[in-house]
Design a protein around this ligand. Structure first.
Ligand code: WAQ
Ligand code: MG
Length: 259
């Protein structure tokens, strides 16, 4: 009888399936008010960091310069470490720029080798408002090719490898942008990215081409509600596969200090 009981016990223990290597978690936040997108953020962290990151991201949503969020959604998902792709960080180059009136000319010059439609890209990027994600613009035609043009495509499931405790508090816009740009630039079908922050007080933007992130100070006037992102897409790209990579593929970005 004793032996029967212990074998029953052992059987049930063996049947419990422990998830493999659940030491990384994706944590995503998005917030809105009256149907307008307010804020979003995405992190990949170790299990013990999940509670602190959830707190920091909800705090960010409640204190956003665009206004206090009515709805905040936080999603936590375990990742299998073997599914995480590692990519190198893009290199940062600071461009000399004194005034927003110079921005369009400099962006045009940077994009010229990639597309004949840089004027369209610039126009779209400075006209869009309140998008959650980025526009996809075909390099050969200048045509938008994302399925939902008001929402755009939200790049998610990425972070810096070995992100520091300090990264959980507050927002470091430049650091987050370099992480995002590195994930995006690592896909062979993205030729370039243009970004203007939608934070009225944050006036530095960038153009990323190849593995260089060109930082553009004074890309817009302080107080302006301009702000959007555009990815320039290689002709013939498989758009569905690209969107799946941008939204769902877990990516950790390696910075030089890691090595
Ligand atoms: N995926 C795709 N598009 C996004 C994402 C994302 N995860 N997050 C923001 N966007 C789009 C969206 O349309 C926003 O309206 C727009 O980008 C700007 O977002 O080196 O903070 O979060 O100092 O305001 C640039 C830093 C900071 C430059 C950019 O963007 C520097 C920034 P924001
Ligand atoms: Mg953001």
């Amino acid at each position: 009888m004793g032996r029967w009981l212990s074998s029953l016990f052992l059987n049930s223990v063996q049947r419990v399936r422990y998830p493999r290597l659940m030491n990384y978690f994706s944590v995503r936040m998005r917030a809105d008010s009256s149907g307008q997108h307010i804020s979003g953020a995405e992190r990949i962290v170790r299990s013990h960091e999940v509670p602190a990151v959830c707190a920091a991201l909800s705090e960010r949503a409640m204190t956003h310069p665009k206004g206090m969020a009515e709805n905040v959604f936080i999603t936590v998902e375990a990742l299998d470490e073997s599914d995480i792709l590692r990519v190198p960080s893009v290199g940062v180059q600071e461009e000399v720029m004194q005034r927003p009136s110079q921005a369009r000319g400099i962006i045009e010059e940077l994009l010229r080798p990639m597309t004949a439609h840089s004027q369209i890209v610039i126009e779209e990027t400075f006209t869009a408002r309140n998008m959650r994600g980025a526009m996809l613009i075909a390099a050969d035609t200048g045509v938008r090719c994302e399925p939902d043009v008001q929402r755009g495509v939200r790049v998610s499931h990425m972070d810096a490898h070995n992100a520091k405790e300090a990264d959980f508090t507050g927002k470091d816009a430049a650091h987050e942008a370099i992480v995002l740009a590195s994930k995006v630039a690592a896909h062979p079908d993205v030729l370039a990215e243009v970004c203007v922050s939608d934070d009225p007080a944050y006036t530095t933007g960038y153009v990323c081409i190849g593995d260089t992130y060109h930082r553009l100070p004074h890309i817009k006037e302080p107080g302006s509600d301009e702000g959007a992102r555009a990815f320039i897409i290689k002709p013939g790209a498989d758009i569905e596969a690209l969107i799946d990579y941008l939204e769902n593929r877990a990516v950790l970005v390696d910075f030089e200090a890691d090595e």
